[in-house]
Design a protein around this ligand. Sequence first.
Ligand code: GAL
Length: 786
Amino acid sequence: MRNMTELKLWTFQRDDRPAEMVQVPHDWAITGPFDPDNDMQIIQIVEDGQTSRWEHVGRTGGLPHVGFGRYSCMIPGPESPERCVYLDFDGVMSRSKVYINGELAGGRHFGYSSFRIDAGKFLHSGDNQLEVTVENPPCASRWYPGAGIYRPVRRVEMDPVHFGHWSLVVRYLPDTGSLLLTGRVENRTGQTQSGTVTLSSPLFEQDSWDCRIPSSGYDFVRTLKLKEHRKWDVEDPVLYPVDFRIVSGAYSDEETVRYGIRSCVFDPDRGFLLNGRRVKLNGVCMHHDLGPIGAAFNRAAAKRQLEILRQMGCNAIRTSHNPPAPGLLDLCDEMGFLVMDEAFDAWRIHKTDNDYATFFDSESEMDLSDLIRRDRNHPSVILWSIGNEVRELHTKGAGGADIARRLREIVKKYDRERPVTAGMNACEDAIENGVAAELDIPAWNYRPQKYHLFHKLFPHCPVIGAETLSTVSTRGIYYFPAREYRFGFRPDRPEKSELQCSSYCLDVMGWAMTPEAELLAQDMDESVAGQFIWTGFDYLGEPTPYYSEWPSRSSYFGCVDLVGLPKDLFYMMKSQWVKESPMVHIVPHHWNWKAGQKLDIHVFSNCDEVELFINGKSCTRKYRTGGSSDLAERYRFIWHDLAWQPGEIRAVGYRKGEVCTEEILKTAGAPAEIRLNTGRCTCAADGEDMLFVEVSAVDRENNPVPDAKTYIRFDVAGESLKIAAADGGNPTSTELFHLPECSLFSGKAVVYLRSTGAVGKTVLTASGEGLAPAQIELFAEKTVQA
Ligand code: GAL
């Protein structure tokens, strides 16, 4: 029998501060305070074209993740001396050491790896002390890594005969219509045992056999004919349980693998085929932080991110640039997302002084093997990436091809099915020095103009844009003129004084390509399997293009801002990725300008024609042109120099000459009231589930006020939910996330509330100076599923 307990309550002490009780998953740095000296890095970012070392502030979020932390809790010893006890860590950031009763039992340098500690020989009966230390050096990351035990930890107790860790594998064999099931039974009794293994699932007739289990363990392989089943698909992600059971005398163990039957083919001419059907990878890259609640994994917050991305038409995630939380892959399985599962951001050559390169030689085999063994049963995972923009790609004599070959072989040892790829920036060098040829599918960063050439060079596989766009923008912020693309950082930009980026989707980093160039390359060629936009959400850290300008502390790359509010880029992508339901989206996305101001209006739409009306007067109807030059109205409808007048602007979308949708933006008056909105108002009373409330300021007529900055205070009445964070998504804000107050940014903010574990109603009240307050009723129930 297997008993599993999640270890949630720990005593935590950071550096020399007083100890406190915390709930794991825990990220000690997210409560701040922000400070430009936190992990200030004097570095040269060669990837961004920097030719010397500069001071970079906010690169890892300006939050205090550097330092030493100590977690402790008491755990029981085994129920009987023969029982085995393991501690499973999903991830500890970073350089963890695990002590049991003062003795070092294990640990892991790489903060993104999951690992198991065999606790047996360190435990005695009764209470035992478990301690985990964490050490985060400066200059170890290019983005906010989080700090501490930021993913779940479990104590797992089993009989001495049990299934091996990550040993159970289910594989669909499409050619024979069968399943291959493999696994290992461990035997810690010291003597050969006899046993019966039983495999059961709605997918096949139950299979059961007797076996001898030597003390060195017993490996099995079975091939079973599949019964009638539904396929796992992005639109219908059906999962089936596959139960493994071993009984050996009084000992037993059971484990369930959730599996989805799907076939994946990367076809050189037709791109990616899921169950034989062409599915374009409409993907985004995502770092692991969850915005204002930090890196601590939370299923509800991760699910919300995926739900928002799904509304954009996104169907794929690249876990840039490291192993994800296992819980994220569970969600991708359940929700029908396809995943590029990535291992490393650096190989042997450092990008920052203390990054993974420090451990690459000694630990990459272990970390990569663990990733593949952990994740290979997930139907969502379709590609393994062994690295992102590693410097071996362009460093002569660095042996990049040899390393790529070695890493690919490690992957193949545990999974022969999925292709191995890597995200490459120095594409031309990687082709010349042979790194690209070592990959099953080379994947390219920011090279849409060369896709056809790459396809000629690697005709055995389709083209994938592993990283695309790098378009920077801030929600609700617009600067003029908005007539042409602007590449790279120009210090004379008007927006520099505010450290924001204009949201017209025209500002593109120097090494990147315009959104239009990528969309065109994606559309023109069937052999392009898809792309992964940099990025789906804004993330903490890497505040490009404001490398040295505090308080810029989070990224501007997202289609969605840090708190989950869509930017205009979201609608640009939606207009291309969501075909069926018609949409129009006006940019700039508000109608509060200066008298006489001339505006360039862009509309993102999936309709054939769009007509604009200002105060009821038509400003001409525009057709989608097939043009392929920049800004040729293939991907946006554009009107130049429209004179602003107070009132309203209306965009009307037509399909086949018929009106099918419209959007109206009205000039807002002074902010008068607060509005609270939530998609979901009931959560599970499990101490973890979350609810997210959108806050906005509206005028007397209920129009959102686009520039409202009011400082809002939040109060909760009730025991079932507490405020975990409140934030407006402003990349330059140094307000503390976890306090129940924040300034609205571009008229909005989001409050994150977490279940306390108690059942019942909680009323959230929001109040701010000069505004009528607002209330919303929220509930936590035992019966709701998180
Ligand atoms: C890429 C890199 C990403 C991020 C991005 C910013 O070069 O792979 O991690 O830094 O640029 O544009």
